[in-house]
Design a protein around this ligand. Structure first.
Ligand SMILES: NC(=O)c1ccc[n+]([C@@H]2O[C@H](COP(=O)([O-])OP(=O)(O)OC[C@H]3O[C@@H](n4cnc5c(N)ncnc54)[C@H](O)[C@@H]3O)[C@@H](O)[C@H]2O)c1
Length: 383
């Protein structure tokens, strides 16, 4: 076995996503499994080079996990002799400048979504990466979740017949921060800091719909701020200037209607924090993060509307589970492995910065639709 070391500059590892999903559950998990096999007896060994604003937080993370490379200076990290990839899980607002510096330093780019705050900036980053000849990718983790992989299996098998509609429910109660601490960072609720439901979740809905059902062709969104004041990490109250809920209707290619509610001010009466129901002429399915249930046309009950009688059957018991049929790894890790292979072997990789820009496009159009109160077309993007 020969070991090929690849240095990854990881920015934002003190944050929720950067630490838990990317550093611990992806990169360190790849090391724990002995590296990433490349074939021909070669193993890829990711070496994190942590970068951020707080020396003591970085040192603490490095010590906890036995890592040796960390710095508060981005240029120093990019100049590290092992560094080949730059990864960004910072606050969205500060991402663009860091990615620009990494591209200029010739690094391959992998980044959290949204890839930038505006479509122009997202496209510019994709162009810069293309022109510099560096490989690039944007996180689209939901595509690699067991529940959505099972849904994709149903779509690919032709199970649905003609797909008619998609209805998505996403959300949970995010505490206001006064009598119970909020479970999300306060910047998420401030527009001036790049927060907001649309900017956060529409990039996900774009690749989920495009990648599993059909390309998104138009958007109508109604947004609101249900909770106008919250309390931040320091216990200070602040005004929530960003949308905390978005009610979106999307037209997809082939005349499919998708409707997705996204809210941080809703209490969960679902099996999972996100669920998508897909209805087709031949059958329907409900997919969450892990599970996917389906009902075939031949097993569809025939309820008759009669408010005078109690329901005589349990509708939820009339669905079957899609079996696992495979081992499902962490979705973030699966995508990291595909990206790392792409970087070192040139294997196919579809989820690049242009795909990431499509997510920013849908968020931007969604916000504009909400402001103007009208439906907007989603034009094709090209570099
Ligand atoms: N793929 C997903 O499912 C998913 C989920 C949540 C968040 N995200 C994305 O990940 C990114 C990070 O989100 P998070 O929830 O981990 O946020 P977080 O607040 O927990 O972490 C933010 C990180 O950015 C760093 N940072 C750099 N400059 C900063 C500044 N000026 N102000 C504040 N922080 C700064 C922080 O130190 C920290 O490491 C965002 O772009 C977000 O959209 C993705």
């Amino acid at each position: 076995m020969s070991r090929r070391v690849i240095g990854i500059v990881m920015n934002g590892v003190t944050g929720r996503m950067g630490y838990r999903q990317h550093l611990v559950r992806s990169i360190l998990a790849i090391r724990e499994q002995g590296g990433l096999p490349l074939g021909d007896g070669e193993v890829l060994w990711p070496e994190p080079i942590l970068v951020g604003r707080s020396a003591h937080k970085l040192k603490e993370i490095a010590d906890r996990h036995g890592l040796t490379h960390w710095t508060t200076d981005l240029d120093e990290a990019l100049a590290h002799p092992l560094a080949e990839i730059y990864f960004d899980a910072q606050l969205t607002q500060v991402r663009e400048q860091s990615i620009r510096r990494a591209v200029a330093a010739g690094k391959h780019i992998y980044t959290e979504k949204p890839t930038a705050e505006s479509l122009d900036a997202a496209l510019e980053l994709a162009r810069l990466a293309r022109d510099a000849g560096v490989r690039n990718g944007a996180v689209q983790d939901k595509l690699f979740l067991p529940g959505l992989l099972k849904l994709k299996r149903l779509v690919d098998s032709g199970f649905f017949g003609r797909i008619l509609s998609v209805r998505g429910e996403f959300g949970y109660w995010v505490f206001e921060g006064d009598w119970q601490e909020a479970q999300r960072p306060s910047w998420n609720y401030r527009a001036e800091d790049g927060g907001g439901m649309v900017l956060d979740m529409f990039p996900h809905w774009r690749y989920v719909l495009d990648g599993i059902v059909a390309p998104v062709r138009s958007v109508y969104a109604h947004t609101t701020t249900h909770i106008p004041a919250r309390v931040d990490e320091q216990g200070r109250s602040y005004r929530a200037t960003a949308d905390d809920a978005a009610y979106g209707i999307f037209e997809l290619e082939g005349g499919i209607t998708a409707q997705i509610n996204s809210s941080w001010a809703v209490r969960v009466d679902r099996d999972e924090l996100v669920e998508f129901q897909v209805d087709g002429t031949e059958g329907s399915a409900v997919a969450g993060l892990r599970e996917c249930r389906f009902q075939h046309r031949a097993a569809t009950p025939k309820p008759v509307w009669n408010p005078d009688l109690a329901a005589t059957e349990s509708f939820r018991e009339q669905w079957q589970r899609v079996p696992d049929n495979a081992e499902f790894d962490n979705g973030f890790k699966v995508q990291w492995e595909l990206f790392l292979r792409h970087v070192v072997t040139g294997s196919e990789y579809r989820w690049d910065l242009l795909e990431g820009a499509k997510g920013v496009q849908l968020a931007e159009l969604g916000l504009r639709s909400a402001r103007e109160g009208r439906r907007l077309d989603v034009p094709d993007l090209a570099l």
